[in-house]
Design a protein around this ligand. Sequence first.
Ligand code: DP6
Length: 352
Amino acid sequence: MSVYQATVSAPVNIACIKYWGKRDTKLILPTNSSLSVTLDQDHLRSTTTSRADPGFDSDRLWLNGKEEIIAPGGRMATCIAEMKRLRREVEEKNSSEPKLSTFGVHISSRNNFPTAAGLASSASGFAALVSSLAALYALPANPSELSLIARQGSGSACRSLFGGYVAWQEGTAADGSDSLAIEIAPREHWPDMHALICVVSDDKKGTSSTSGMQRTVETSPLLQHRIKHVVPERMKTIQKAILERDFDTFARVTMQDSNQFHAVALDTDPPIFYMNDVSRSIIAIVTEYNRLAVANGGKLKAAYTYDAGPNAVIYAPKENIKEIVELIVSYFPQAEPFKDPFALFGTAGVGE
Ligand code: DP6
């Protein structure tokens, strides 16, 4: 008897131009395009195994070993249904294909990064889910096509289908068929680029991205300005900077966009605070580090960015990473760099 099973992993990504706001909450269509860097080091991934069997009478899911309910009509159910629909198309074209789309599927997913890293796992998680089902169902789909489905699991997940530098184009179609991820440049294009993750707190965030961004869409006038007058230009500028390996421009735009994302969170009613005092201290440290570099006739040496939580991700050319870790540790002596702090896309803990 045949065994139908596939295991695939997907990486975490961290946005430089932030996605914050949906124009369609069911299809997960964003109010603006976004751009991220995929942190595709081995220890920042979700790995998912999917198995189809005629004996499985329902679809089931285990996250880090614990079974989770697949809510009917929810995001997980939508992704599974969409993948089964694509499989059905394959089966209809070729009647000798086993009817896997009619079998139940059991899915088990694990994150290999420490929970303490406080990284959002929904991006790598949904990307790994969709990729493992694509492998199980032997679908001919390319990463951009799969991104259309991962997007319906969690918006930022669509960008984790690619390594390197990835844009999520907001698109204009009402059915979301052009709201997909494309690769701007592969990771090898700019091997000097590193990311340092500073874990400020691993507490669960107070306001989830999903509910926070919806409140911002409903109440923030600043968001409207950002969508229309700021992001389109920044998308162009940062793509050019990536293609030209221009770290100075990349860093400036990345920090500006992180700041504006947190400004729209504050402009939300009631306001949302994601950063804490330690986050703000790290901004001050990076700002001073850059100021000194520029005052000495140089260029920007590091860029901070913060998602919907207090943890910092610092992008910097490889040669600066050691200096930055030392600088941060000098301000936060209790901080302990963990696991390959100087490796490509390494991580360092900053502690509370
Ligand atoms: C601040 O993708 O987690 O990280 O689509 O509702 O699941 P949903 O939201 P999610 O939001 C990510 C927000 C962000 C910015 C970004 O990754 O672009």
